[in-house]
Design a protein around this ligand. Structure first.
Ligand code: HEM
Length: 526
């Protein structure tokens, strides 16, 4: 049965009703859909209200424009509340490409597979992501004009260390160690008892700890997690340059930045950070070359911390939400894991942890890999704002083309494309959807997957991200028995609606918890 959270209603204030008079109410997912959060994605709203570039004439060809009675606010408010709901309605009414007026300009939205693929592939090399990265660095790190440094200088270093199996070996080894010690500490703490923890406490918080320690070293102040969480959950407010708006989140951002600045002051020796990974040291050395102030250095490092952690934490929380609310799927993935550990590692998880990162690949863990990709497919909303630095055309739909003028912004509505279009039962979580090989070894056709983007801006941390999430699943499922419960401790049989108020990816409700105890069988795990 389809989860009710897929059927939530749109944000429809009374004053906005006339906008939608002619739009028939349909199921939310019927129509369609920087680094990390699906970072660039989520930034779109912020890009919109930051756009002074919008005073230029930009059109997007002869596309229909979303009707709005509020020309200066356009669709911004609805987008902020429920980006996917708004884009779905627009796609329903206007088709798979349309323009949306926002404040003083227009953005072209593409919703179908061909338009999305062609925008990602950008064969005329006309589109860039600088504006969005400037907005992110300014909002998260309070650093101005950092996009060229980030995109041209730092991202290739991220790619070298986090988007290749060999390149990420050192960080993965450290990550395995940290994740293992956090898991065994929880197991010891539990003893023979059963406890209930908020979902985020068991998953996203721990992945933050393990990832930050493995990248930044033992002296990274992980106690800044509570501020990080406030910033991450309110990143739209943090990036919105309106005075008195998002005060609590902005204060958390200021404290978080201060803690990063203090960390750098403590471990920084010339252009190295003592105790940090080789990857972080290479990134830091490139930042150091710029001769920035300590505050700006900290701001750039902080933007990176957010990029590294935001999506992984949310994906891990969502993965466990999907799997624990469907015990059959959970058992299938756990059985796959048990078999691999028994047959290849003599029943010793420590041996798997000591193996190179390739040991977690889809060859041995096809179901787990598919579960992570399927989770991303289900939660991704819209992403990848692009700006044209020269005029270009993009083919979409049934072969139509749209002209994109120089300066024009494009946004991809991935939510619907990922769950509608060619997807069979696209609104349901299907564990095996991305299993690429049948049990007899023959290749299967898997549907498109844009959880990490595509083309030149494909995620530069994707291998590490997959490793982090898969390893965390393995450790947790090996050591613990778990059940998803609500705030009263009652078992959750159907997932409640996810929170749509983040334009990058939906998030599980905050009151979901996990009831956890040490795994009884096979015995003697700890
Ligand atoms: C589940 C976790 C993650 C997801 C879903 C994710 C998703 C994405 C997506 C969709 C993009 C492309 C945005 C666009 O098209 O403009 C992206 C870009 C990027 N990601 Fe990730 N990401 C994840 C984790 C990470 C991690 C762990 C790192 C670093 C270690 C990272 C570093 C980056 C960087 C540097 C870019 C910018 C690439 C570019 O513009 O050239 N990401 N990510």
């Amino acid at each position: 049965m389809e989860s009710p959270w897929l059927q939530q209603s749109f944000f429809q204030p009374e004053w906005a009703k006339p906008l939608w008079n002619n739009v028939k109410e349909k199921e939310l997912w019927n129509e369609q859909g920087m680094p990390s959060a699906v970072l660039l994605a989520g930034l779109f709203f912020v890009v919109l209200i930051n756009l002074n570039a919008y005073s230029r004439t930009v059109t997007g060809g002869k596309l229909p424009t979303v009707h709005s009675y509020l020309p200066f606010i356009g669709s911004v408010i609805e987008y902020h509340k429920n980006s996917h709901g708004l884009l779905s309605k627009c796609q329903d009414k206007y088709g798979s490409a349309f323009n949306m007026r926002v404040l003083w300009g227009t953005v072209t939205v593409l919703c179908d597979e061909l338009g999305i693929k062609n925008t990602f592939r950008d064969k005329h090399k006309s589109l860039n992501t600088y504006y969005a990265h400037d907005v992110a660095h300014k909002g998260i790190g309070l650093v101005k004009n950092a996009a060229h440094l980030a995109v041209d200088r730092l991202f290739p270093i991220y790619a070298k260390h986090f988007a290749s199996m060999d390149g990420m070996t050192a960080v993965a080894v450290a990550y395995n160690r940290e994740a293992f010690s956090l898991t065994t500490a929880l197991a010891k703490d539990l003893g023979d008892s059963t406890k209930v923890y908020p979902l985020r406490e068991v998953f996203s918080k721990k992945i933050y700890f393990a990832s930050c320690k493995s990248i930044f070293g033992e002296r990274y102040p992980i106690e800044n997690y509570s501020d990080y969480l406030v910033v991450d959950e309110n990143f739209i407010s943090v990036m919105t340059p309106i005075p008195f708006f998002g005060g609590k989140a902005k204060s958390a951002r200021d404290r978080l930045k201060k803690s990063v600045e203090e960390y750098i002051a403590e471990v920084g020796k010339g252009s190295t950070l003592e105790g940090a990974s080789e990857a972080m040291n290479e990134i830091y050395a490139a930042v150091k070359e710029q001769g920035l102030s300590p505050q700006d250095e900290a701001g750039i490092v902080l933007a990176g911390i957010w990029a590294v952690n935001s999506n992984t934490g949310n994906t891990l929380n969502s993965l466990f939400s999907f799997l624990l609310s469907d015990p059959k799927s959970f058992m299938m993935v756990r059985n796959e894991m048990d078999k691999v550990i028994e047959s290849k590692y003599d029943g010793k998880i420590e041996s798997l942890l000591a193996a190179p990162p390739t040991s977690l690949s889809s060859t041995d863990f096809p179901l787990l890999e598919s579960a992570v990709k399927e989770t991303l497919r289900m939660i991704v909303l819209s992403l990848s704002p692009r700006q044209a630095h020269k005029e270009t055309t993009i083919t979409y739909g049934d072969g139509s083309t749209v002209n994109i003028a120089k300066g024009q912004f494009i946004m991809l509505s991935l939510g619907g494309a990922h769950r509608g279009g060619s997807f069979v039962d696209g609104r349901k979580f299907s564990l095996t959807r991305y299993v690429a090989t049948d049990t007899d070894g023959t290749d299967r056709r898997v549907p498109p997957f844009w959880g990490f983007g595509e083309g030149a801006h494909l995620c530069k941390g994707r291998y590490f991200a997959l490793h982090e999430i898969k390893l965390f699943f393995i450790l947790t499922a090996w050591y613990f028995d778990m059940a998803l419960v609500d705030s009263n401790g009652n078992p959750v049989r159907e997932l409640p609606p996810f929170d749509p108020g983040n334009p990058g990816a939906i998030r599980p409700p905050k009151d979901l918890s996990v009831r956890i105890s040490r795994r009884k069988s096979p015995v003697g795990k700890v």
